[in-house]
Write a protein that binds this ligand. Structure first.
Ligand code: MG
Length: 263
């Protein structure tokens, strides 16, 4: 069942996503050669608490951390540790919080120092494929129109889309219907309607899309060990537009927490 949100609920989900956006922005500035992924996790955890929110991933199906840190061939769900980032690596940061009962979820892939041109191109393609998908997120289209646009773009860049993991509806639960695959033919799936709030999250790889899960039961890697990138935003569909709720609004940076309490 798809849960359609009213304006007040969308505002609440926006507030939650602005916390995610702020913390991801801070973390992006911390990413550099030598930093341990657990330092990033510790920052995410303490800043979330400071902002009056709850880390959404910690304890979710027993996930042990607040932040997912996925390096190089790791696609998603990498567990922060004492491992430190090496110059030339790429790292995906996937982060979520709960604020006033609503979830926020977003992810970004970043270069660590200077990276190869393939790595740069992969990061850019993951990001751009999200926006290609977003173009198709409009009332009257269907969910797989978004999926198709993402896959077409990624493959046009010479990369592949990961098929094992999908985007999702989001609201009072982290994962709601509908599922949003990053591949498929257009014209299928639920009709896109106002009130849908969705986390769209292309995951892509330089090589093949086959996935392997490591012994920690979480970390997903490409079977061929090729580099992988992830990009995600939570977006809301309204009557005449879409809004990226997890894009950091620098103007309201200091006021969104207060607004939410009065919403
Ligand atoms: Mg997600």
């Amino acid at each position: 069942m798809i849960v359609y949100k009213n304006d007040k609920e969308i505002l609440a989900i926006r507030n939650s996503n602005q916390i995610v956006a702020k913390i991801l922005s801070d973390l992006s500035e911390m990413v550099r050669p030598g930093i341990q992924t657990r330092e990033l996790d510790e920052y995410a955890h303490s800043k979330t608490k400071e902002m009056g929110a709850i880390p959404a991933f910690k304890g979710y199906r027993s996930f042990p951390a607040s932040l997912c840190t996925s390096i190089n061939e790791e696609i998603v769900h990498g567990i922060p540790s004492a491992r430190s980032l090496q110059e030339g690596a790429i790292i995906s940061l996937d982060f979520g919080v709960i604020y006033d009962g609503y979830y926020g979820d977003a992810a970004v892939t970043l270069p660590v120092g200077k990276v190869s041109s393939t790595a740069s191109k992969l990061i850019a393609a993951a990001r751009q494929s999200f926006f290609e998908g977003l173009e198709q997120l409009k009332v009257g289209n269907r969910i797989s129109d978004v999926s198709y646009a993402i896959q077409q773009y990624v493959e046009s860049q010479g990369f592949s889309v990961i098929k094992t993991f999908v985007g999702h509806g989001i609201g009072m639960s982290l994962h709601e219907e509908p599922q949003i695959p990053n591949f498929g033919s257009p014209g299928h799936g639920p009709k896109i309607k106002p009130g849908m709030v969705l986390a769209i999250e292309p995951m892509i790889a330089v090589g093949d899309w086959n996935v392997e899960i490591l012994a920690d039961k979480w970390t997903a890697i490409t079977q061929d060990k090729s580099l992988s990138a992830h990009y995600e935003h939570t977006v809301a569909v309204t009557e005449d537009s879409v809004e990226i709720l997890s894009l950091l609004d620098t103007n309201s940076d200091s006021t969104y927490v207060k607004e939410s309490k009065h919403a």
